[in-house]
Design a protein around this ligand. Structure first.
Ligand code: ADP
Length: 502
């Protein structure tokens, strides 16, 4: 089974969020399961620099729309996954972010950049650039790769296509003039193709033209068929319901392992959970907070954007910290209003809050290891990774009941807590791993924070829940099996797609 896995991010070569984690981990897991997977990634300057130590070989060079394209071959660090980096000057001769400049402004030519990337993917998948490799199946991810299934659909013989939605909110919208400038087939400008209310949507192209659609959790697969979560694409998705499947992401359990994590001062596991406390003390020190073992330490890591629930975190924390012995550490960057909001809270509660603005992998690992509970009240969450990292690190997640958070956190209900407090429920009977609250309001979050605090006071209960979380299997094995099953099903089905012979 030959899979061309096309993604605009793959850790450690390129990552801005969860997509990068998946792009780095899923191809590795697929290779282990016997799939012949090639990872196709834009050759961002930063990605080329990171790939160089693993070898970088020019394997193809050709002209496309009068532009020079080079394909560099490398290996994904620590694996045998072949990476093909698509080098066009709009990727490789640019410093700044993957999708925009250092000020956060999108690159003006993103439509062109990802059109070129998609066109190259089409050619490679059909063995037309001299790589002597023909894909059976092309797995596309998010809007940046949305045109690939459309481009392939124009061919008589083609590999099968899968399009995975990692976040429906990013629809890859451009204007009609862009559509015309790219000289795309006229019949694609249609509301049943890639036109979206007068605009041009790369994401919609992926949804309409792929053979199968997946998304990163079963709950999100259901939610996106509703107006509340469908971002205007709920109709398209409901139409394709029969081809839509949710497969929960795994986590990289080598990188996220408290027993070996190089970012931690103290390693620990389920049997040496007491050592987590040392990480807590070190984190409190690192963050300039009073080192207090019995104070509930809460954490947050993530993009500071509306999606992550910042608008409910700020008022809920304000009320909570004013009335409870608790601390909060946050790491992230994003919208100025949320950065300012967190900084204002830090100024108000200097002994209780430390906010670190920016991106820092080491600190993100130390927060997962050092805090008692992790806050993730996302308004919507396709899958989410941090709540899984938390459980693996013996940190209890507090999440909004939505998307992948619903599928990966087992909620301790109010009646269970009461039963435990009244002695009618034994600690052994508790299988839960965290906390979920139903409505995305600061009042509901505040009530949950109070519940977390009461639980934290019950050491045997807390430690049982920590151990329950640490025993969960969030590895890629299970999700990878889901994808392999889908690939096999798709390859066995009869369409005009070809089985590769090369
Ligand atoms: P999303 O993809 O929506 O940003 P996820 O929870 O799926 O959210 O994945 C986010 C990933 O990015 C996690 O691995 C998280 O630890 C990481 N991350 C986000 N912000 C930061 C940051 N400021 N510093 C370090 N890692 C971060």
């Amino acid at each position: 089974m030959k899979i061309l896995f096309c993604c605009s991010e793959a850790y450690p070569l390129a990552k801005t969020g969860g997509l990068g984690d998946v792009g780095g981990a899923l191809p590795r897991a697929l290779l282990k399961q016997g799939a012949q997977v090639k990872l196709l990634l834009p050759a961002y300057a930063s990605a080329l620099a990171k790939a160089r130590p693993n070898g970088l070989k020019l394997v193809a060079e050709f002209e496309l729309h009068e532009q020079t394209i080079k394909i560099w071959q490398s290996r994904l660090a620590g694996s045998r996954v072949t990476v093909w980096l698509v080098d066009h000057e709009t990727f490789s001769a640019r410093s700044g972010g993957l999708y925009g400049d250092d000020t956060g402004q999108d690159w003006h030519d993103n439509a062109w950049r990802f059109y070129l990337f998609s066109k190259v993917a089409e050619l490679i998948a059909c063995n037309q650039v001299g790589l002597e490799w023909q894909a059976d199946l092309v797995h596309c991810n998010d809007w940046q790769t949305g045109l690939i299934p459309a481009l392939l659909s124009e061919r008589k013989q083609r590999p099968k296509t899968i399009f995975t939605i990692h976040n429906l909110a990013y629809r890859g919208l451009f204007d009609q003039a862009t559509f015309h400038a790219l000289n795309l087939p006229g019949h694609w400008w249609h509301h049943e193709a890639m036109e979206f209310w007068g605009d041009f949507s790369y994401l919609k192209a992926g949804l309409v033209f792929s053979d199968k659609i997946t998304t990163v959790s079963p709950s999100y697969a259901d939610e996106i068929q509703t107006p509340e979560f469908g971002c205007g694409l709920e109709g398209v998705l409901a139409n394709r319901k029969a081809d839509l499947l949710g497969i929960t992401n795994g986590i990289d359990d080598k990188i996220w392992n408290p027993g070996t994590d190089p970012h931690l001062g103290q390693h620990y596991n389920r049997r040496s959970l007491a050592k987590k406390q040392l990480n807590k003390a070190e984190l409190q020190k690192e963050m300039g907070l009073p080192v207090q073992a019995d104070t509930l330490l809460l954490g947050f890591v993530g993009r500071l954007v509306e999606q992550k629930g910042l608008s409910i975190i700020l008022p809920a924390l304000d009320a909570f910290l004013a009335s409870h012995d608790a601390q909060f550490v946050a790491l992230g960057s994003g919208q100025a209003e949320y950065e300012a909001g967190l900084q204002a809270l830090q100024a108000k509660y200097p002994e209780q809050i430390t906010v670190k603005l920016g991106y820092d992998e080491g600190v993100s690992h130390r927060i997962e290891a050092g805090v008692d509970a992790f806050l993730m009240p996302s308004l919507f969450e396709p899958c989410g990774l941090n709540q899984m990292y938390s459980q693996r690190y013996g940190t209890l997640p507090l999440c909004h009941y939505v998307g992948g958070l619903r599928d990966t956190v087992v909620n301790l209900s109010d009646s269970q807590l009461n039963g435990y407090l009244q002695g009618s429920l034994s600690v052994e009977s508790i299988d839960e791993t965290g906390f979920l609250f139903g409505s995305a309001t600061s009042e509901a979050l505040l009530a949950s924070l109070q519940k977390v605090h009461s639980c934290f006071m019950q050491k045997p209960l807390w430690s049982k829940m920590q151990k329950n979380g640490m025993a969960q299997d969030f590895s890629w094995n299970a999700s990878c099996e889901g994808y392999v099953e889908l690939y096999e099903q798709l390859l066995a089905s009869k369409t005009d797609a070809i089985r590769a012979t090369a």
